[in-house]
Ligand binder design. Sequence first.
Ligand SMILES: C[S@@+](CC[C@H](N)C(=O)[O-])C[C@H]1O[C@@H](n2cnc3c(N)ncnc32)[C@H](O)[C@@H]1O
Length: 218
Amino acid sequence: MTAAAKPKRPRAELDAYYTPDWPILRFVLAVHEELELLLRDPAARLLEPCAGDGAIIRVVESLVAGADRKNWVANDINFRAVARLREQGIYTAHGDALAFKLDLGVHDAHIAVAITNPKYLANFPLKLARHLMTQPRPPAFFAMLCRITLLETPARAKFFREFPPHVYVLPERVSYTGDGQSDNAGAAWFVFRPGQTDSRLFWLTDDHVQPGLPLDGE
Ligand SMILES: C[S@@+](CC[C@H](N)C(=O)[O-])C[C@H]1O[C@@H](n2cnc3c(N)ncnc32)[C@H](O)[C@@H]1O
């Protein structure tokens, strides 16, 4: 007799799986010097384009000089998430991240850093990466937390040759449901920088130290 297949848990509306602190902490500890350098410019702002409940904003704010919430621009398509973010004092737009314009229209203020865990379905992460990295002034640093299987498929390989990511691998799987359950895949932070011409791999172990990467990505 074959065992009945375990019913698949339905995915939350809009992929609302908010990121626990540890994968953000581990990544930000590896790249905080680069972020702090970018944020020394008083006109530099940070963007969370699919901000959910603001998990990434809170952790980055707690670790990185210059990342106080007054310097963030958040966005989400879910109006309830937008209302909660605004209650936390975070400037938040309500719309599709794929239509978000990086030109803030305020003096020389510009988005220097963008960081998110985006919706995964419908190839959304790569659409978002293309949308942000092809704007007239793209962020100097764009990071997104995704399943490691984002590396698969011929169409994505073509995209990654055009926009080579630096991939920071989390050696443990991330549970988004608070019960230890996870997808059948590992996760990694995919980092894009304008002019980055090669892909590299980093492992986010506890003792990970960011190698001295020149900021032009080469
Ligand atoms: C996986 S959750 C992660 C939320 C947050 N980035 C975090 O790390 O906790 C994805 C978020 O994307 C939002 N979202 C889904 N489609 C979107 C779209 N087209 N534009 C902007 N946000 C979207 C959802 O409402 C949800 O808050």
